[in-house]
Design a protein around this ligand. Structure first.
Ligand SMILES: *Cc1c(COP(=O)(O)O)cnc(C)c1O
Length: 369
């Protein structure tokens, strides 16, 4: 290859550091004591990020993030449970679909893609239907980049004596969540998002008491978090073949996370990436879909230019030729595209990305933005 590998401005897989990629050059045996120590050390560090060491287990799971979401719902929602799913985008819809496929009773509450779910809505819905046992929410809805008010929602759910399941896939590690202040039964994230590891494993922070009560809930052998945790506690090993290289890369990524300054530093870098992007794109005349107040510094959705000469595919190819990979939009009503702010990138990269976008639009003679 003559060109340097492009920078991924996508919300996973994303750009990783050379050091993280380098960590995958060793083969590990799953019986190897050092590999089991690597897994234990990763779980310990992950629990520390949410301040959950005393109250929660970190249960790692092979697969992409959705595998872990499905495992969390299947394991922690009893078969006679009833899940209220809060939806304002594609990942919320996926939560509902998972409940449907698993045969768990569910209700949905859907707001527009630029409207956060609110604590007041959740309180009203819980009071109206006492059969609801669990609420499932997306922290940062990656299909737009909208941030839902997690602490407020969690407080109402706890007041009503219900259980909370959080898909924090695209926010964990960058946006603060304290397990001692935000009560939840499960919080789900994965290796290849804000921790800047490679994709291949998810993990679920499960409240110890909730997991202990969850034996036999799961419809699935491989996605049973109760068994996964029990086996790991007993043997120190993964229940089935572990994604060894992914674990090694995540371990290395977490060392860099700590060296950088942990969550506050990660948050600061992403916030600065996001601001550089918003400012630069505004300079090109491109409008973001969400108002700043509900925009998480994870991924930004932009309105596509109105000019008929604009076409996402050509635009994508031209920006890619300049070294940056963008993401298509995921909205049904308006035409958009997305730019991620996460990964091993800084505001200099974001600035260069904006320049590449501007150049691509000029080459395409897109004038009406
Ligand atoms: C990335 C992501 C997931 C998981 O998606 P996979 O493609 O299975 O990795 C789930 N929820 C949210 C909010 C995400 O951003």
């Amino acid at each position: 290859m003559t060109l340097a590998a492009p920078i991924l401005l996508t919300p996973g897989p994303l750009t990783t550091s050379p050091r993280t990629r380098q960590a995958m050059l060793v083969d590990w045996g799953s019986w190897d004591e050092r590999f089991n120590q690597l897994t234990a050390s990763v779980c310990k560090q992950l629990l520390a990020i949410i301040n959950g060491t005393d109250t929660h287990h970190c249960v790692p799971l092979q697969g992409s993030g959705t595998f872990a979401v499905e495992a969390a719902i299947g394991t922690l929602v009893p078969r006679d449970g009833h899940v209220l799913v809060l939806i304002n985008g594609a990942y919320g819809k996926r939560l509902a679909k998972i409940c449907d496929v698993l045969g768990r009773r569910f209700s949905t509450f859907e707001t527009a893609e630029d409207q956060p779910s609110t604590a007041a809505d959740v309180e009203r819905l819980l009071k109206a239907d006492s059969s609801i046992s669990h609420v499932a929410v997306i922290h940062c809805e990656t299909s737009t980049g909208i941030l839902n008010p997690l602490s407020e929602i969690a407080a109402v759910i706890a007041q009503q004596g219900k259980r909370l399941i959080i898909d924090a896939m695209s926010s964990f590690g960058a946006l603060p969540i304290d397990a001692q202040e935000v009560p939840f039964d499960a919080l789900i994230a994965a290796s290849g998002k804000c921790l800047e590891g490679v994709p291949g494993m998810g993990f679920v922070f499960a409240r110890k008491a909730a997991l202990a009560n969850a034996a036999g809930n799961s419809h699935s052998l491989a996605l049973d978090l109760h068994d996964q945790q029990a086996y790991m506690a007993k043997t120190g090993q993964w229940r089935f073949t572990p994604p060894t290289h992914v674990v090694a890369a995540l371990h290395e990524a977490l060392l860099q996370y700590d060296e950088e300054g942990g969550l506050p530093a990660r948050h600061k870098r992403y916030a600065s990436n996001c601001q550089t992007l918003l400012d630069g794109m505004a300079g090109l005349g491109l409008r973001s879909f969400l108002p700043d107040a509900i925009q998480a510094p994870i991924i930004v959705t932009f309105h596509a230019p109105k000019d008929p000469r604009y076409q996402f595919k050509t635009f994508y190819e031209r920006v890619k030729a300049k070294g940056f990979i963008l993401y298509p939009g995921k909205l049904t009503q308006v035409e958009t595209f997305r730019v991620g702010c996460i990964g091993h990138v800084n505001s200099i990269d974001m600035h260069a990305a904006v320049n590449a976008i501007g150049q691509a639009l000029r080459e395409m003679e897109v004038l009406d933005i």
